[in-house]
Design a protein around this ligand. Structure first.
Ligand SMILES: *Cc1c(COP(=O)(O)O)cnc(C)c1O
Ligand code: SF4
Length: 335
């Protein structure tokens, strides 16, 4: 007999695109005509958190520009090797907030579920780069324990699917997860924190849309774009498909040195979000994670940027500048 090698469910186009994501700094540089123009870090740091960027996202980078704001978010610069003692591996105290496998409960009324450690893209500034996902993936094991915790805690009105990136799960897994959560009557809202509609818009499949439409939950999706150049081409119909089925779209960004730390960049980002029916939600100050010091923008500069943006934009298009501090009842609103 010929052994069966085909998986039972064929891969969707976005999953194939994901397995073909660029993972070699040299490949990315040569695509952009930047061979030898940027120095990549090597060794352990790159092994632990490799370059990962879907081709659709790389296509939005400007040819021949070492300072391209999309390239800078994903390129593993040699600067990552700098040791900065104020920058640590768990800057936001997530490990302390785990109440059940894969469940983070920091704030009243909502619980954050770490659905997977996988992401479609590796953002070099990300505080999750050192997180021990293997130990806390609730879908892999002990899911019943987490479900029991959720059922017993009637203060939880909202579940946040996070990760990693929850939309890197298959449609079948997501549907199963959302259906199970739907059996807990005190949970009213489902929030999905995902960068996939921006970095791999093909992820917004018909079957995903159907799962969201068929769910009884009010659905909020918090996407993550840091620069207006990310919100072009194939991203536009993907976001429209979501708003067409009444998913409320919000955006969170991170304030990043040399990427979006000017008034013009922040205004362009908000304007573009508005055109696509996405409300700016948070602008995060960088979490002090080891290896990301070169992205840091001082809080005083962040405040001054937001004050200038506020003079030029409708109030609802100005994101809240926030920082995450351990042991607080909410994110800290700076401005
Ligand atoms: C950021 C975060 C939330 C969501 O906070 P909101 O202010 O409601 O957006 C929830 N749980 C955890 C653990 C978080 O880090
Ligand atoms: S969790 Fe979000 S910010 Fe971090 S690497 Fe994944 S997609 Fe990027």
């Amino acid at each position: 007999m010929i052994p069966q090698t085909q998986p039972l469910v064929p891969k969707q186009a976005w999953q194939i695109a994901l397995s073909n994501a660029i993972n070699d700094p040299e490949t990315l540089l040569s695509q952009l005509g930047l061979k030898d123009k940027l120095e990549a870090i090597d060794g352990e740091i790159l092994k632990q958190f490799p370059l990962r960027v879907p081709q659709t996202y790389a296509n939005k980078m400007r040819y021949g520009d070492v300072n391209d704001p999309l390239l800078r978010q994903v390129f593993p610069l040699s600067d990552e090797g700098k040791i900065d003692t104020d920058f640590v591996s768990d800057p936001v105290g997530d490990k302390l907030a785990i109440t059940s496998p894969g469940l983070l409960q920091k704030y009243h009324g909502r619980a954050l579920l770490l659905t997977t450690g996988a992401c479609a893209i590796h953002c070099r500034y990300c505080f999750r780069r050192h997180f021990p996902y293997g130990d806390s993936n609730p879908l892999a094991s002990q899911w019943q324990q987490t479900m029991t915790t959720l059922k017993q805690d009637t203060s939880i009105k909202e579940i946040i699917l996070s990760g990693g990136d929850p939309l890197s799960l298959s449609d079948t897994k997501l549907e199963g997860l959302i259906t199970e959560l739907g059996t807990i009557s005190h949970i009213k809202r489902l929030r999905i924190h995902s960068r996939l509609p921006v970095v791999l818009p093909g992820r917004v499949t018909q079957s995903l849309l159907e799962t969201l439409m068929n769910s009884r939950f009010q659905i909020v999706m918090v996407i993550h774009a840091n620069h207006a150049n990310e919100l072009v081409d194939d991203v536009i119909p993907a976001l429209k498909a979501l708003t067409d089925i009444n998913v409320q779209l919000l955006n969170q960004s991170v304030l990043l040195k040399d990427i979006n730390d000017t008034v013009v960049d922040l205004i362009n980002l908000s304007e573009r979000l508005s055109e696509l029916n996405v409300m700016p939600y948070y602008l995060h100050l960088l979490d002090p994670v080891q290896g990301a010091g070169h992205f840091d923008v001082a809080e005083s500069i962040g405040i001054s940027l937001i004050q200038q943006v506020r003079k030029q934009l409708s109030g609802y298009l100005v994101p809240r500048l926030v920082r995450e501090q351990q042991g607080q009842a909410s994110k800290t609103i700076i401005c």
